[in-house]
Design a binder for this molecule. Structure first.
Ligand SMILES: Cc1cc2nc3c(=O)[nH]c(=O)nc-3n(C[C@H](O)[C@H](O)[C@H](O)COP(=O)(O)O)c2cc1C
Length: 131
C-alpha cells in the first residue's frame, strides 16, 4: 500500500470548480480503490492519496498533467501498512463555516493520520489562515 502527499497551487486564471474536481475524483478513485483527502482554499491544494502502487501512480499521473494547477511538489511518497484515510474526502472551508466548525471537520478527517501527515495539513491550514 502506498501513500503519496503533494502540494500544488492553482494556475493563474484557471477556473477552479471544486465541486467538479470532487465529482470526478469520487468516481475515479472509487473505481481505482484510491482513498485520501484533498484540502483546498481555492488557491493551494494539499492532497494525500492512498492505495495500491499502480493505482496511486495512475491517479497522480492524471493529476500532475492537469493544467488547472502548477508547482506540484511531492512532500512524501512511502509504503504504508494500512490506510490512514479510509474514505475519499475533500475539505474546503466554505463561506458560512466558522473556524471552529472547519477545525472540527478537519480533526475528524485527520483522526487516524500519522503525526507527519497531520502536521503537514495543520501547518498549511495555519499558514493559509494567517495569510
Ligand atoms: C487539485 C486536483 C486534485 C485532483 N484529484 C483527483 C483525484 O483524486 N482523482 C482523480 O481521478 N482526479 C483528480 N483530479 C482531476 C484530474 O486531474 C483529471 O482531470 C481527472 O482525473 C480526469 O478524469 P476523467 O478522465 O475521468 O475525466 C484532480 C485535479 C486537481 C486540479
Amino acid at each position: 500500500m502506498r501513500q503519496l502527499l503533494y502540494i500544488s497551487t492553482a494556475s493563474t486564471g484557471a477556473s477552479i470548480e471544486v465541486g467538479a474536481i470532487l465529482a470526478t475524483s469520487q468516481r475515479n478513485n472509487r473505481r481505482d480503490g484510491v482513498t485520501g483527502l484533498l484540502w483546498t482554499d481555492g488557491y493551494r491544494f494539499l492532497q494525500v492519496l492512498e492505495g495500491g502502487d499502480a493505482a496511486v501512480q495512475g491517479v497522480f499521473d492524471r493529476i500532475r498533467a492537469d493544467p488547472r494547477h502548477r508547482a506540484i511538489v511531492v512532500l512524501h511518497d512511502r509504503a504504508i501498512e494500512a490506510r490512514e484515510f479510509g474514505a475519499w474526502e475533500m475539505a474546503r472551508r466554505g463561506p458560512t463555516d466558522t473556524a471552529d466548525d472547519f477545525d472540527a471537520r478537519m480533526n475528524r478527517h485527520l483522526e487516524s493520520a500519522s503525526a507527519s501527515v497531520r502536521g503537514t495539513f495543520e501547518g498549511l491550514i495555519a499558514a493559509r489562515s494567517a495569510a
